[in-house]
Design a protein around this ligand. Structure first.
Ligand code: FAD
Length: 279
């Protein structure tokens, strides 16, 4: 059982619990991105099992009528076995989503996997336009060039600052530089796209910038935040008419995810403790 302190960040251990969470979020006009916790499988059978779990989850979402989609991690569906296996599974999941009029996101992991992930996204989006979206990380120095290549691909793009520690030869390591790159990447996306921009950030400054850029360029966009982080802001934005998506992980591998949230921001532990203690 997930202890109450971690429950703030994780939708539950089972699919029914995840769908219940999505139902509650939908009541606040917040759509949900469900992620089955799991990563770095070097065994083909594990990658296959999570691929099958996502196929079944897409069916369940379609049956439920909920405003929800899924997000997969490359190393969860085969990247650590081979890039080909990853692409095969990624394609299969998006094909099912396309049939069901559902949607699949792909997270971005460490920089060794960026090329294979973007190549797969480009090819799959060409076959299943607007059924798939890809995360890109502004901390990587290559991202401005990647966006130049990706702006015309028929899939959504989720811009995040980047959660992986990368070397200074390929990544901005200073927070101010990452923030500056994020602003530049947002400007590029809003200037050159008329739809399909996802702002994956809790940063009030970046969300205000996105709002300004959307008014200026008429671009359709959404804001994405994690479950358990700035949920008041998620509700406020949704009430103002912004498309808000909450990324909600579920599954029995919740422990390392919870530790990551706490490591990222120690106050999360205090917030979670307060929520549990009702103070
Ligand atoms: P930060 O730069 O960390 O903080 C900026 C400001 O935001 C803070 O000053 C504060 O005002 C506010 N803030 C941030 N966190 C909190 C908090 N916990 N509580 C209260 N206020 C807060 N990374 C990847 O590398 N690959 C992915 O696939 C990926 N997918 C993601 C999907 C979603 C939906 C989101 C939201 C993030 C994802 N990330 C991913 C993580 C991302 O790269 C960042 O590490 C993470 O979002 C922190 O950066 P930030 O822009 O939210 O704000």
């Amino acid at each position: 059982m997930i202890p109450p302190i971690a429950r703030r960040f994780v939708a539950g251990e089972s699919v029914p619990a995840a769908l219940d969470h999505a139902r509650a979020a939908n009541e606040d006009d917040i759509a949900v991105i469900l992620n089955l916790l799991g990563e770095h499988y070097d065994d083909r059978a594990d990658a296959r099992a999570d691929t099958d779990a996502y196929l079944a989850l897409l069916d369940d979402i379609a049956d439920s009528g909920l405003d929800a989609c899924v997000s997969v991690k490359p190393s969860q569906i085969g990247m650590d076995v081979s890039a080909d296996l990853f692409e095969e599974h990624y394609r299969e999941i998006v094909a099912r989503a396309d049939e069901l009029d559902a949607f699949v996101w792909c997270d971005m992991e460490d920089a060794d996997t960026t090329d294979a992930t973007l190549d797969a996204f480009e090819s799959i989006a060409a076959d299943y336009p607007w059924s798939v979206g890809q995360c890109v990380q502004s901390n990587l120095k290559r991202t401005a060039d990647d966006l130049d290549r990706l702006v015309d691909v028929p899939g959504k793009l989720r811009l995040v600052k980047g959660a992986y520690d990368e070397g200074s030869s390929i990544a901005y390591t200073d927070k101010a530089d990452v923030d500056a790159a994020y602003r530049d990447d947002l400007r590029l996306l809003f200037e050159r796209r008329d739809r399909g921009v996802a702002v994956g950030s809790h940063d009030p400054e970046m969300i205000s910038l996105a709002d300004r850029l959307a008014r200026e360029h008429g671009t359709e966009y959404e804001v994405q935040m994690l479950m358990g982080v700035r949920e008041d802001a998620q509700r406020d934005l949704a009430a103002q008419g912004v498309d808000v998506y909450q990324y909600a992980p579920y599954g029995d591998k919740w422990l390392s995810y919870f530790y990551r949230r706490v490591r990222e921001r120690k106050e999360n532990l205090t917030f979670a403790a307060r929520a549990v203690l009702g103070r």
